[in-house]
Design a protein. Structure first.
Lengths: 318, 572
């Protein structure tokens, strides 16, 4: 087990290095630079831009800039944002909380509702409910998030006045109830699409299981239907879901750009867009590395969990 | 001043029971719904702490209440001498103070200084080289230390320090040496007379020497993370990507502040920002303002005041004079009268802005009122092109000496209104046999090499031509300011006029305001005859405040209208 872990960690490090080189190259080769934003709005002349490029070390050859960046990150220094000078890790830290709050709540909601719909659909295959769920999932997947978000704001905030029109909290309040009020709308908007996705995953995973021999055996033994469903079918149907959840961890952290923008939610998705469009290299690189780490960690944890959930896997991973 | 406030009084009270306006203890409908739900869900009773930000009507004596200011740009750097955007300056006005400032009427008002130095009051020596400024002696930094001449000296020297990531150092290159006389007099010597310095210093916020000099690295990010200034508000906290909180500085040397807290809220989406203004989540909607298509609706909102604030920027077609067709002055003159500006203002911008004929806004003190008025005459434009030898080819596009009268126009992608403007202009030009092809790109690309190396044919943008409102526009139109040639300045049109150069050099050295006005009137005449750019309209930003939040004033000489938040207060 220890050797397996070590091997996985080494593989991960190699992969991270590769990701960083590619990301760095693409980012720096894309036209434009971090000072363009100030040219557009401020009083910067060309001589100022050149001077600042030099002061930021952006005039050096790319490989040197990369080694410089990689060297500092290896020592734990993720650098500072070009935009507001704050340390990259601090910025990520400030945005990861709101994103986790939104993504975890909406994912849990979606997994729960989607899971229920999926199980019911599989058990009552081709029933009226199953067809309804299928069509519902298609519709939910086809609704553009930004439109749905605006519609929710229009109805529940502008017209009815029940929900805030965005933001994570009332600044200065931030109590649990206040947070909850602000969370409801974006959470539901985000959950809509993923409920559809999860319900489809669950349905097909469940269908695979209910047709297995051991289920038929259990049935013929006279095990009550509910017990078959919960103890035999569900446990096995959840195995593939663990993998999917593991792969999903990175999206939990990378945020939902559209929903965050519509609801003025200060999450990772918006930080990434703002940073990319302003060519804030240190922040973009930091976020990419952070997300890459989470993807690798997520799949590693999923693999480990898998062996816990399914004893047959244990031998294979040694 | 330039603010056509459309106000609806007699607001109905239904709207004002929204969040933020709610007096302590009263529940909004939304709160009530949630209180019910939460009580049900948690099964817990008792006080849920639902009272949202309470705000009593503000008596002027003790700072009370708070205002949430919405901006679609994020606050970036809190070090006021570094590169920044407009909203940053909107924050600096509240955290820091310059020696003096330009008020909404364009008059210099002393802040840290006792008076603004001029030739007349002896603050500037007769040869224009030695400046002497007396400082107030009752100013304290937010940490309680007194502000002295050493701080001003440190700030100016920081701007001159080549290792420091300063914004624009042009004016400070003219300063040869800085000195102090005691604790409250600062003096400096110039290499040559430089009149724009007064304006530049009105945007130079003084930083604390006792804190910054501790750190050997002038670019250390530590100061921007916890800035200390002399302004009416103190720094409290910031959440990047979301908001910044300031609180009243009880030791402020000037009048105010009346508000206890000032919150700069970042709302990146303009529609979302307008919605939050409607629902009352933000008390003020600033830069980039209410989208023009909502202007009518916004003026009819109850409990809200809408301000059509004229800014310093001029929407225009910047022409590249190195383009073989655009190099011909006759072509530029014809294009200038071929654009139906009024239609652009009416159709695309809902009649909010006014057609422009200058790079200075009409309210600027040096603006020349006698320039030719904006004109729309496609027939005359066609005749001018005929006369200049541009003949229509088989495809309807004019040609002269093998050069087709065709060029591209670029602006930043994603700006719907500009895209529509481009279409209208392209149609206008097509009528007179000129082809304008649209080639848009993202901001980070457009404002990089494409702009600085004059790789464009024409641009549709809205620059503010002045720096700190000074009429010296050498950096924009001086022949030594072409970045492609000299790697300095921002004369990307590559405009050259020896007459303009001479006048600009004279204007820079002239301290007498009346004489300066005369010089720049002539400069405007020459430039608007040569037309290195075609002005379209003067930019208007539609801002708004909640009724009851008093003190808002549009100031074209500040980059954001939170400049005077120290005098904002709640009256209802």
């Amino acid at each position: 087990m220890a050797r397996y872990l070590l091997r996985r960690l080494l593989q991960s490090l190699l992969l991270l290095a590769l990701v960083s080189v590619i990301a760095f190259a693409i980012l720096h080769l894309a036209p434009g630079g971090p000072l363009a934003q100030f040219v557009a709005t401020g009083d910067l002349g060309t001589e100022d831009v050149d001077r600042l490029m030099k002061q930021y070390g952006l005039d050096r050859p790319l490989p040197i800039q990369y080694l410089d960046w990689a060297g500092s990150i290896a020592t734990g220094d993720w650098g500072n944002s070009y935009r507001d000078q704050l340390p990259v890790l601090k910025k990520i830290g400030m945005h990861v909380g709101p994103t986790l709050e939104l993504m975890v709540s909406s994912t849990l909601l979606a997994m729960f509702i989607g899971g229920m719909i999926g199980i019911l659909g599989a058990v009552r295959r081709y029933s009226f409910f199953d067809h309804l769920a299928t069509i519902g999932a298609m519709v939910a997947l086809s609704i553009p998030t930004f439109w749905f978000g605006l519609a929710v704001i229009y109805v529940f905030s502008v017209n009815l006045g029940w929900l805030p029109a965005g933001n994570r909290e009332t600044i200065g309040d931030g109590s649990f109830i206040d947070r909850l009020q602000h969370l409801v709308a974006p959470c539901i908007v985000l959950a809509l699409v993923s409920t559809a996705v999860w319900s489809r995953y669950m349905r097909s995973s469940m269908l695979d299981v209910v047709n297995q021999d051991y289920i038929r055996t259990a049935k013929s033994k006279g095990v009550p239907a509910m017990q078959i469903l919960l103890r035999h079918a569900l446990r096995n149907a959840l195995l593939p879901m663990i993998t999917i959840t593991g792969l999903h961890v990175s999206t939990l952290l990378s945020g939902a750009l559209v929903t965050e923008t519509v609801f003025t939610w200060p999450g990772m998705g918006r930080l990434f867009l703002d940073s990319v469009s302003n060519r804030d290299y240190p922040v973009v690189m930091g976020m990419l590395m952070f997300t890459a780490c989470m993807v690798l960690l997520g799949s590693l944890v999923a693999d480990l969990l898998y062996s816990v959930a399914d004893p047959r896997i244990k031998g294979a991973s040694k | 001043m330039n603010d056509h406030s459309s106000e609806l009084k007699g607001s109905d009270m239904k709207r004002t029971n929204k969040i933020g306006d709610a007096p302590m203890g009263s529940l909004t409908r939304r709160d009530a719904v949630f209180a019910g739900a939460a009580t049900f869900a948690l099964g817990s009773l008792g006080s849920l702490g639902l009272a949202t930000s309470a705000r009593a009507a503000a008596p002027a004596t003790k700072p009370t209440g708070q205002a949430i200011l919405g901006f679609s740009q994020e606050v970036t750097v809190l070090h006021p001498l570094m590169t920044a955007n407009e909203v940053d300056q909107g924050v600096w006005w509240n955290l820091f103070s310059p020696l003096w400032m330009l008020d909404a009427e364009g008059k210099f008002v002393p802040l840290l200084a006792k008076s603004v130095p001029t030739l007349e009051n002896g603050g500037i020596s007769a040869d224009g080289l030695t400046w002497r400024v007396e400082l107030r002696n009752d100013v304290k930094w937010h940490d309680g230390k007194p502000m002295t001449a050493e701080d001003v000296k440190y700030s100016i020297n920081l701007m001159k320090n080549p290792a420091f990531r300063a914004r624009n150092r042009t004016a400070f290159e003219y300063i040869a040496s800085v000195g102090t006389e005691g604790n409250h007099v600062i003096t400096w010597k110039l290499k040559e007379p430089y009149a724009p310095l007064t304006s530049v210093l009105s945007w130079t916020f003084i930083v604390p020497a006792h804190i910054l000099s501790q750190n050997p690295d002038p670019n250390s990010p530590l100061f921007a993370a916890a800035p200390v200034g002399t302004g009416p508000f103190r720094f409290v906290s910031r959440k990047t990507g979301d908001h910044l909180i300031l609180e009243a500085n009880p030791d402020y040397f000037g009048k105010g502040p009346s508000l206890n807290r000032l919150i700069f809220k970042y709302v990146p989406d303009l529609n979302a920002m307008y919605t939050q203004f409607k629902t009352g989540e933000i008390d003020f909607i600033g830069l980039q303002g209410i989208p023009a298509n909502f202007y009518k609706e916004a003026t009819a909102l109850r409990g809200r005041r809408v301000h059509a604030a004229q800014r310093g920027a001029v929407e225009n077609l910047t022409l590249n004079l190195a383009h073989p067709a655009l190099a011909d002055k006759a072509v530029r003159k014809a294009l200038n009268i071929a654009i139906d500006r009024q239609s652009i203002c009416d159709l695309v911008y809902y009649g909010v802005p006014k057609p422009a004929n200058n790079y200075l806004v009409p309210t600027h003190w040096a603006s020349n009122p006698n320039l030719p008025k904006p004109e729309y005459d496609p027939k005359k434009a066609s005749a001018m092109l005929d006369q200049a030898g541009w003949v229509r080819g088989a495809d309807g596009i004019r040609v002269k000496n093998g050069v087709r009268l065709s060029f591209t126009n670029s602006t930043t992608t994603g700006n719907q209104l500009r895209a529509q403007t481009q279409q209208l202009i392209a149609d206008d030009f097509k009528k007179i046999g000129v082809e304008m092809l649209i080639k848009n790109m993202v901001a980070a690309v457009l404002w990089a090499d494409f702009w600085r190396n004059s790789e464009f044919d024409s641009l549709l943008t809205a620059p503010t031509y002045t720096i700190a409102s000074d009429p010296d526009i050498t950096h924009r139109f001086g022949s030594a300011s072409i970045p492609k040639e000299t790697k300095s300045g921002s004369n990307v049109s590559q405009y050259k006029n020896a007459g303009v150069d001479t006048l600009l050099a004279r204007g820079r050295q002239e301290y007498n305001l009346a004489k300066r006005k005369e010089i720049y009137a002539k400069v405007q005449e020459l430039i608007m005859d040569d037309l290195p750019f075609l002005p379209l309209f003067y930019e208007v930003q539609i801002e708004g405040t909640k009724t009851g939040l008093d003190g808002y004033a549009n100031n074209v000489n500040a980059l954001a209208n939170s400049w005077n938040a120290a005098s904002w207060r709640w009256t209802a």
